[in-house]
Design a protein around this ligand. Structure first.
Ligand SMILES: CC(C)(COP(=O)(O)OP(=O)(O)OC[C@H]1O[C@@H](n2cnc3c(N)ncnc32)[C@H](O)[C@@H]1OP(=O)(O)O)[C@@H](O)C(=O)NCCC(=O)NCCS
Length: 177
């Protein structure tokens, strides 16, 4: 297994993926506070405020980097525009999740970040398999995952969305290095 002892930094074409710090809290709270963002994720609450962003950064700083690496996405000239995590749920496979702040949708940033994170996971972290799931009513995320090289498994799981306060049909996908 490859051991990662400090926060990795991934340089993509326009975005840099780096560990979040408490300085990022106001920006994360502002962009993550949009319900159109949180309702497409499993874990983000809504409303999402400053204390939620602080808890998030604190959890990232406590990560065991052999299992979990979460990044903020720093866009040149703009600052933080979103988040991408590669994490291992208890008893589960390495999974990818991400969000982009709404003002920055449609510019290929999620695709660029996913592609770069997967290349890093393969080359530097020596990972061979990553799973992902997107809610059935979120085809944009499915498109991001397809462009990053994921395939549909055919499995649809009912997963809870904290922001919705309900379960959502989730289309499961897999990526093999
Ligand atoms: C999903 C999300 C990450 C996409 O971010 P983004 O930076 O806009 O994504 P990209 O620009 O890289 O790619 C989006 C793709 O979806 C496509 N798309 C957008 N809306 C779509 C829709 N309603 N149906 C199908 N495809 C759609 C775009 O055309 C684009 O594909 P293309 O480049 O082949 O044209 C962003 O909308 C987001 O953060 N949403 C809320 C949180 C979320 O969904 N997180 C993922 C949870 S699985």
């Amino acid at each position: 297994m490859c051991v990662i002892d400090k926060s990795p930094i991934i340089e993509a074409r326009r975005v840099t993926l780096r560990a979040p710090t408490m300085n990022d809290v106001p920006r994360l709270a502002s962009l993550g506070g949009d319900r159109d963002v949180s309702r497409m994720t499993t874990r983000m609450p809504w409303p999402y405020g400053r204390s939620d962003a602080e808890d998030f950064v604190g959890r990232c700083q406590a990560q065991d980097r052999r299992r979990d690496n979460t990044f903020v996405l720093d866009l040149e000239d703009e600052g933080v525009v979103g988040v991408l995590g590669l994490f291992t749920p208890p008893g589960g496979q390495l999974e990818i999740g991400y969000w982009i702040g709404k003002p920055f949708w449609g510019r290929g940033l999620a695709t660029e970040a996913c592609q770069s994170a997967l290349a890093w996971a393969k080359q530097d972290w020596r990972k061979r398999l990553v799973v992902a799931g997107h809610f059935a009513d979120n085809p944009a995320s499915g498109q991001v995952l397809i462009k990053a090289g994921f395939l549909y498994t055919g499995v649809v799981e009912a997963k809870p969305s904290v922001a919705r306060g309900a379960v959502a049909q989730t289309r499961m996908m897999v990526w093999l290095a």
